[in-house]
Design a protein around this ligand. Structure first.
Ligand code: SF4
Length: 331
C-alpha cells in the first residue's frame, strides 16, 4: 500500500480525568504528562479530522490556545472535542474563548445511558444531569456540531437505542463505540465485553433504519458504519481493511505516536520529530508499520473506518440504496 500523509488523528491532550468510568482506568493515572503547544504545532497540514480527546480535555487550562495551535497547523481539519461534559462552568469559560477561534468546532459528549445508568457507568452521581446542562449550555451558545457518544458494554446495551432516541429528541448527532481492552490506552483496563447479540440486533436495526430514513448523506454513511460495528463485534471481521498508522494515528500525552489506540507499536515520539512529513515517510516508520501489520489486529473504529469507507464509494452506495429501499435487518 503506498503511503500518503495521514488525514485523521486522535490527540490525547492529557490523561488527567475527573470521571470514574467502569470501562476505563485512565482516571487512575496520576500526574499525566501533557502534549505541549510546541508538539501540536508539528501536526501535519494534511489532517482533515482531528479529535481533541483525553482523559478530559477541558482539564487543560490552555485548551483555547491548543485549539488555536491545532487550527493553524491543520487549517483543513474539522475539529471535535470529546468530553465527559461534567465540568459545566469550565466548559462555559473555555468554549466562550474557543468559539472565537474555531466557530465551527464540534463537541462530543459521552453518554452511556439515561439517568442512573450513565451515572453508574461513569461513576459520577448526578453526572447525567451535568452533561445535559453542558450540552444545553453549548446549544445556547450556538454550537451546532454537537454529538452524544455512547460506549456499548454488556451492562448498558439496553440503553443503546434509548440514548440514540435522546440524541434525536435533542437534535444532535449520535456516535457509538464498544468498550475494548488496550495494552496502553484506557489505563490498560481489560474489558471483557460480549453484549447480548439479540439486544444488539434489535437496537442496531432500529438505529440503522432510522438513519437510513433521513435524507442526509452523512447519516446514511453513519448507518453503514454502524452496520460495520455490528458485524465487527459479532464476527471480529471489519467490513473493509482500514489502515492504522497510514491514514490515521493516535498521539498520547507523552508525545508517543501510535497507529491507533489498539496497536501497541510506537511509531515515534513527536518531541523528536522535526518535520512530520519526513518522519511519516521515513524507512524507520515504514519498518514499524510492518510490525503493525504483523500484529494482525483488525479494527473497526470511526477514526480508522472513515477513510476505508471513502475508498469504496460503490460498495457503500449500493449498501445504502439496498437497505434504504428494502429496510435493514441486522443479521
Ligand atoms: S472513558 Fe473518558 S471520561 Fe472515562 S475515565 Fe476514560 S478518559 Fe476519563
Amino acid at each position: 500500500m503506498s503511503i500518503k500523509m495521514p488525514i485523521d488523528c486522535v490527540l490525547a491532550l492529557t490523561y488527567n480525568c475527573n470521571a470514574r468510568c467502569t470501562m476505563c482506568d485512565i482516571w487512575k493515572i496520576k500526574d499525566s504528562p501533557e502534549l505541549t503547544l510546541a508538539d501540536l504545532a508539528k501536526l501535519p497540514d494534511s489532517l482533515l479530522d482531528v479529535n481533541l480527546s483525553g482523559g478530559e480535555p477541558f482539564l487543560r487550562k490552555d485548551l483555547p490556545e491548543i485549539v488555536a495551535v491545532v487550527k493553524k497547523a491543520c487549517p483543513k481539519a474539522r475539529l471535535v472535542i470529546s468530553t465527559n461534559g461534567f465540568l459545566t462552568p469550565v466548559i462555559d469559560k473555555a468554549m466562550t474563548q474557543i468559539l472565537k477561534i474555531a466557530p465551527d468546532i464540534g463537541v462530543a459528549f459521552s453518554i452511556d445511558g439515561i439517568g442512573e445508568m450513565h451515572n453508574e457507568m461513569r461513576g459520577i452521581p448526578g453526572g447525567f444531569d451535568r452533561v445535559m446542562d453542558s450540552l444545553k449550555l453549548l446549544k445556547g451558545m450556538g454550537v451546532t456540531n454537537l454529538r452524544l457518544a455512547f460506549t456499548i458494554t454488556e451492562y448498558n446495551v439496553n440503553h443503546f437505542a434509548k440514548v440514540y432516541n435522546l440524541a434525536q429528541e435533542l437534535g444532535v448527532q449520535f456516535t457509538h463505540s464498544f468498550a475494548q481492552s488496550s495494552e496502553f490506552y484506557f489505563g490498560g483496563k481489560k474489558n471483557i465485553n460480549n453484549p447480548r447479540k439479540d439486544l444488539l440486533e434489535v437496537a442496531y436495526q432500529q438505529i440503522i433504519n432510522s438513519e437510513l430514513k433521513s435524507w442526509n448523506v452523512k447519516r446514511w454513511l453513519r448507518a453503514f458504519f454502524a452496520d460495520g460495528m455490528f458485524k465487527f463485534i459479532t464476527s471480529k471481521n471489519p467490513v473493509f481493511d482500514n489502515a492504522p498508522g497510514r491514514d490515521f494515528f493516535f498521539l498520547d500525552p507523552s508525545g508517543d505516536i501510535y497507529p491507533s489506540v489498539m496497536h501497541n507499536v510506537i511509531l515515534g515520539n513527536i518531541h523528536n520529530v522535526n518535520s512530520f512529513k519526513e518522519f511519516w515517510y521515513s524507512d524507520e516508520t515504514e519498518q514499524k508499520r510492518k510490525q503493525v501489520d504483523g500484529l494482525k489486529m483488525p479494527v473497526w473504529m470511526i477514526c480508522t473506518a472513515r477513510t476505508a469507507i471513502k475508498r469504496h464509494p460503490l460498495k457503500v452506495g449500493f449498501w445504502i440504496l439496498k437497505n434504504k429501499l428494502f429496510g435493514y435487518k441486522a443479521a
